[in-house]
Ligand binder design. Structure first.
Ligand code: PLP
Length: 521
């Protein structure tokens, strides 16, 4: 080994045989061990120094707490370290490729963050007089215009706070329209394909409808004969909830015919727009006969999600449903923006407000910044690149893995577990990906494919990153094909190994008790 004049080695020595796996501290390398806050904190400690209260009147009647709550306190540096250490056990889009299918985990541009933090947007209050927040109202109005233009739809409800909330909004608008037609008592059946995201049937039921499942065909699309047979007696049809591109990552090629059949049956067409990222700038859902569709700003328009920020699910509506939109909405008159909070006319009592205030302002700001920085051509290119990246993955991965359906995919590639040896499951492959430093793909969804693996790379990954991902996943897939039993115990390198997920779901232990109490039980 060479040394400098202070005796410090200037080049690494040869690695010794086997590094010790167990450490005294419980940390591994630079990943710090972190215990529960109840174990590290103490009820006698606090990070803030408040002057003792001067007494004063007890305004809680007889319900003042008699004992301390017993919450653990930490000093400020301990509190900071606690959360930073936990965050380092997490996976994030800022760490690496996040292949969760259907979730569109794309990069969150920092320009959006900068704009959202501008005081004129970040420091305003929803109860401020409207004359003092004209810029914010204009921003909502401009974003609404972009959403209506991109979808070819005449109206949009901005307040839904997630995709599922947008579904609720759209289905409530359909309910409102059926009430106005005097048909809500008879039109109770909503068709939902077998491949649908779980939120679709849940929303339909939440809004008082019955779910009638339509089969998928061998091409992964709606089986048209099954759909037609369900429409033979159509007096009770309220509508259909269909995702396009669907959750198999495929464009529903019969979508125009489906829309016409539903409309002829007297129903409405709800489109789940969570996969809009694949078609922005190429297809306008309004041209396909859609009556309502939510747009996940946190998927298609890059606002952070998955722990990084709240969702936002504006819902576009057709002419037939526009009157049944919730309040509030923004209108412009002679350059002045107003929030309409009460409405008159046919749908005035459809369902009122969906939430307090006006929706996720911080996400609106980010989404509009994304749109303006990309421009119309850039948004179209993002969609095209998302589809190109998914097809690149599909063509590389299918050398070992089994594509669920023939042909090109849209923005996500779907595989079945047909290629795995007896005894090796999708779960084993997902767990082995954690050792390779990747968040697992979406697994066992959609339900129409056995052992499904749904991979969505998004347009924000480079070819080099896609290649690295493919090489990792292919090496795992080859082991799965060969029946390598080591996969059954993966992950080996994660802070936690395999957890008993069934037990955790069936017998969740959500309350912390002191260890001696647990021992005594
Ligand atoms: C993400 C998603 C939803 C639900 O959206 P949230 O914003 O998570 O509520 C609904 N349908 C599909 C197909 C999705 O991918």
């Amino acid at each position: 080994m060479s040394m400098n004049s202070q005796g410090r080695p200037t080049s690494p020595s040869a690695p010794s045989a086997q590094p010790a796996i167990k450490t005294v501290s419980g940390s591994r390398g630079l990943q710090q061990r972190e215990d529960l806050i109840f174990e590290t904190g103490s009820t006698t400690k606090t990070g803030v120094d408040l002057p003792a209260p001067k007494g004063g009147m007890d305004r809680l009647g007889g319900v003042t707490r008699k004992k301390s709550v017993g919450l653990p306190g930490l000093s400020e540096p301990e509190a900071v370290r606690h959360y930073v250490r936990l965050s380092q056990q997490n996976y994030a889009i800022d760490l690496g490729l996040f292949p969760l299918g259907s979730c569109t985990m794309k990069h969150n541009p920092r320009l959006n963050e900068k704009v959202a933090r501008m005081p004129g947007f970040a420091d305003i209050h929803p109860l401020q007089p409207q004359s003092t927040v004209q810029g914010a109202l204009e921003l909502i109005d401009e974003l609404a215009t972009w959403l209506k233009t991109l979808t070819g739809m005449p109206a949009v409800a901005m307040s839904p706070k997630a995709g599922a909330h947008g579904e609720f909004c759209g289905m409530m608008a359909i309910r409102g329209a059926l009430i106005a037609r005097g048909e809500i008592a008879t039109r109770t059946r909503v068709l939902v394909p077998a491949s649908a995201h779980g939120t679709n049937p849940a929303t339909a039921v939440q809004c008082g409808f019955k779910v009638d499942e339509i089969k998928a065909d061998a091409r992964g699309r709606v089986e048209m004969d099954d759909l037609k047979s369900k429409l033979e007696d159509s007096h009770d049809i309220a509508g259909i909830m269909l995702t396009n591109p669907n959750t198999c990552g495929l464009f529903e090629t019969d979508i125009r015919e489906i829309a016409d059949l539903i409309h002829e049956a007297g129903g409405y067409f709800y489109c789940d727009g969570a996969n809009f990222n694949a078609i922005v700038g190429r297809v306008r859902p309004g041209d396909l006969g859609v009556d309502a569709m939510h747009i996940n700003l946190h998927k298609t328009f890059s606002t952070p999600h998955g722990g990084g920020g709240p969702g936002a699910g504006p819902t576009v509506l057709s002419e037939a449903l526009a009157d049944f939109a919730p309040v509030p909405f923004v209108v412009e008159e002679d350059g002045v923006f107003h929030l309409v909070e009460q409405r008159s006319g046919e749908g005035s009592d459809a369902f009122g407000r969906l939430c307090a205030f006006h929706g996720q302002m911080g996400m609106f700001t980010r989404a509009l910044a994304y749109m303006l920085s990309h421009g119309a051509d850039g948004l179209k290119q993002a969609a095209e690149d998302a589809v190109l990246n998914a097809n690149y993955l599909q063509s590389r991965l299918k050398t070992v893995m089994t594509p669920a359906f023939d042909g090109y995919c849209m923005h996500e590639a779907l595989f079945s577990d047909a290629f795995t040896a007896e005894g090796i499951e999708t779960l084993d492959i997902a767990k082995a990906m954690i050792d390779e430093g990747y968040h697992p793909m979406t697994m066992y969804f959609p339900l129409v494919v056995h052992g499904a693996m749904l991979i969505e790379p998004t347009e924000t990954e480079s070819k080099a990153e896609l290649d690295r991902f493919c090489e990792s996943l292919l090496s795992i897939a080859e082991k799965a094909r060969a029946g390598d039993q080591s996969l059954k115990s993966a992950p080996y390198l994660a802070p936690k190994r395999r957890l008993d997920e069934t037990q955790a779901a069936r017998k969740p232990e959500l309350r912390w008790s002191e260890p001696d109490k647990i021992a005594a039980e």
